[in-house]
Ligand binder design. Structure first.
Ligand SMILES: [Zn+2]
Ligand SMILES: [Zn+2]
Length: 369
């Protein structure tokens, strides 16, 4: 039996743009099928920075606890919850990850079968302190309807934490893309976590060339370690026309069959349309900004392109991403995506370094608490 305190520390967003405040918050009582976890590691995401600044398209009510990329160690399991989605038995001491809670009853859950669009989705990382559904805390409450997956024992937290947001989103995107056909050339725009996981999935999916466009150099070095055949540093090659020229030279003058957008920069969409081969497929994963840009839609018609958008993911994508890491962990240094580990008390410093792009994937590391 693990002793669970009545309260724990959490970093609370009380006012947009102001430092997060470390507060003492109550730990809810566990319901049947609910789970209380001790937060082991919580990833900090680009979304967190926008959420903190109040520039996200959705504005959850204040105050709230952020953090939606969490690995938790079970300290209490409510009656009725005996296994994870892969039918692995669950017990106190196991490490789990979990998806946002889809209702399982609405039009998008049941008719459209697109759970990511659930009308009544109860999210993690956006909720008030009283429900304790945010990773930037010592403990977190996983609700009864939330689907969970056990983190394989052999994985370190550093290897697994990227599954919580970027990697599961990439797996969901690849599912919508229908994968890569043998020896298709792939360009990945962006070298953050979305771009890096997109690249290694392309490599393992049978691509020919996998070309990653991004910056800074440390991210591109990791792209190479994860199997990218070529990298283009946008800090060195600043002109889109010059980048296009380099990509044409690498792809027999026709451009890549597949482009994956993982940069989040609106202008990257035009650059992708411009370089992609006729008849090609464009998977747009990174765009979350409300900013508009001029686009010539005739390119999509003229080249006969397939443009696919994908957002977020469901629990099966967490499972598949964890299996990918489990099966390929001796081949690629997955843990290297975690660039810096911070204490919960230093979260404002972590946010600042994320905002400047200094870190690839900064995390809050609670393992010594
Ligand atoms: Zn995220
Ligand atoms: Zn639903």
């Amino acid at each position: 039996m693990v002793e669970i305190p009545k309260t724990c520390k959490a970093a609370v967003l009380e006012e947009y743009g102001k430092p997060l405040q470390i507060r003492e918050v109550a730990i809810p009582a566990v319901e049947p099928n609910g789970i209380i976890v001790k937060v082991e590691m919580a990833g900090i995401c680009g979304t967190d920075i926008h959420q903190h600044q109040g520039t996200l398209t959705i504005k959850p009510p204040l105050p709230n606890i952020q953090g939606h990329e969490t690995i938790g160690r079970i300290v209490s399991v409510g009656e009725g919850r005996t296994m994870d989605v892969a039918e692995e038995p669950l017990k106190v001491g196991d490490r789990i990850m979990w998806a946002h809670a889809d209702c399982g009853e609405c039009y998008f859950c049941e008719i459209a079968r697109a759970q990511v669009h659930c009308s009544r989705r109860a999210g993690y990382g956006f909720a008030p302190p009283v429900v304790l559904r945010g990773g930037f805390a010592e403990y977190e409450y996983v609700t009864p309807i939330t689907k969970v997956v056990k983190v394989p024992d052999e994985l370190t937290e550093e290897e697994a934490v990227g599954v919580g947001c970027a990697f599961r989103s990439v797996v969901a995107g690849y599912e919508r893309l229908g994968g890569i056909n043998p020896q298709e050339n792939v360009v990945v725009q962006g070298s953050g976590p979305i771009g890096l996981y997109s690249a290694v999935m392309a490599v393992e999916g049978g691509a020919g060339k996998v070309i990653v466009i991004g910056a800074p150099a440390n991210r591109l070095e990791l792209a190479k370690k994860w199997g990218a055949s070529d990298i283009i540093n946008i800090e060195e090659v600043t002109e889109p026309a010059k980048r296009r020229e380099m990509i044409m030279a690498l792809t027999n003058g026709r451009g890549p069959e597949v482009v994956i957008e993982g940069s989040g920069v609106p202008a990257a969409f035009n650059e992708g349309l411009d370089m992609i081969q006729k008849g090609g497929r464009y998977l747009v994963l990174g765009q979350s900004s409300a900013q508009t840009i001029p686009v010539a839609p005739g390119i999509i018609t003229g080249k006969g392109l397939t443009v696919i958008g994908s957002v977020s993911a469901a629990i099966q994508h967490f499972y598949k991403a964890l299996q990918f890491i489990k099966n390929k962990r001796t081949k690629y240094p997955f843990a290297e995506i975690v660039s810096t580990k911070y204490r919960l008390e230093d979260i404002n410093e972590a946010f600042a370094n994320m905002a400047t792009g200094k870190d690839i994937k900064p995390v809050i590391d609670n393992r010594n608490r």
